[in-house]
Ligand binder design. Structure first.
Ligand code: SF4
Length: 309
């Protein structure tokens, strides 16, 4: 197999890390590179393990997203899903992953669930863990009740995109990672792209995310914005918010992407070779960001280990 190379690419989470703290961005996308190898230098390996940490809310969201993907795979095969056993299975998976994380299995197997709360020994009351499990169950039950789901299931599974038609696309020479959670073609020949939300969010950031999906539709599938329906589905309520896009708004998304790419590249020692030097990436002065940062153990070990929940 050819050696992996750390090529520059863009994603919304990368943009978010860059905005919040340049040093964190460095650790996430450069310092931890290669840490998956068992014989990586210890400091690189440590950064790689910390990079995998997820907050409990992110973890709950991932469990719900994985379950929904499983459900669509079953629907595609023409199977019916008994809702309550399906929800129970998801909770069982949560329990198993929780135990694995609490036991620190991720230190040897970094791709297994690694919770920030366990690494940093954040005191979380049992009620809060239970509330998280309840929220995942609510999201899944609401998913099965959605009129939008019934509508999707009336269309042909051949026209569904479950694991995405493509996860990346080229934008002016930069590989962009941005794919919606689910997509399908409506009977009217429109492209519908769906974003499942299990937590907060919304606002400007959500709008940019949807804009990236509109760009995805344009670049990957050649569908102009006026033929795309974007659905933001808040599974906790549940509320489905449709969004439409225009060519003008799409140009705004392109411009924001260009600026973001330019900003990231301006920090590189050698932008063509994607070479970064740690000292060029300053630490944020906002310690509130540090308290919930995956890398604080190596970056600011003097901060008290456990942030207040
Ligand atoms: S601990 Fe703070 S300064 Fe260090 S990488 Fe994290 S956010 Fe940045």
């Amino acid at each position: 197999m050819a050696d992996l190379t750390n090529d520059f690419s863009w994603s919304r989470s990368r943009d978010g890390a860059f905005q919040e703290c340049k040093r964190r961005y460095f650790y996430q996308y450069y310092g931890s590179w290669g840490g998956w190898a068992g014989d990586a230098p210890p400091d690189v390996r440590r950064l790689y393990i910390l990079k995998q940490l997820a907050s409990r809310q992110m973890w709950g969201g991932r469990i719900a997203h994985d379950a929904i993907e499983m459900a669509f795979n079953a629907f595609r095969e023409g199977l019916e899903i008994p809702v309550e056993p399906f929800v129970r299975d998801a909770v069982e998976r949560m329990r198993a992953e929780f135990r694995s994380s609490r036991a620190g299995v991720y230190n040897d197997k970094p791709k297994t669930t690694a919770l920030f709360e366990h690494e940093y020994k954040v005191v979380i009351r049992d009620e809060a863990w239970l509330a998280l499990a309840t929220s995942v169950q609510t999201c899944l039950r609401n998913f099965f009740r959605l009129p939008l789901l019934a509508e999707i299931r009336r269309t042909s599974p051949e026209h569904w995109s479950i694991e995405h038609w493509s996860k990346t696309f080229d934008f002016e020479g930069t590989r962009v990672w941005s794919a919606p959670d689910f997509g399908y073609w409506t009977p009217e020949g429109r492209l519908a792209l769906v974003d499942w939300k299990t937590g907060g969010g919304g606002g400007e950031d959500a709008s940019f995310q949807l804009g990236c999906y509109a760009l995805y539709a344009h670049e990957v599938l050649g569908v102009p914005p006026h033929n795309v329906d974007l659905y933001e589905v808040n599974l906790r309520e549940p509320v489905v918010t449709p969004h439409t896009w225009s060519d003008d708004r799409l140009e705004g998304v392109r411009e924001r992407l260009r600026l973001s790419v330019r900003g990231m590249k301006s920090y590189l020692k050698d932008p063509d070779a994607n070479v970064a030097v740690i000292t060029d990436f300053e630490l944020t002065e906002n310690l509130r960001i540090c308290r919930w940062c995956n890398f604080k153990a190596v970056c600011r070990p003097d901060l008290d280990a456990a942030p207040a929940p």
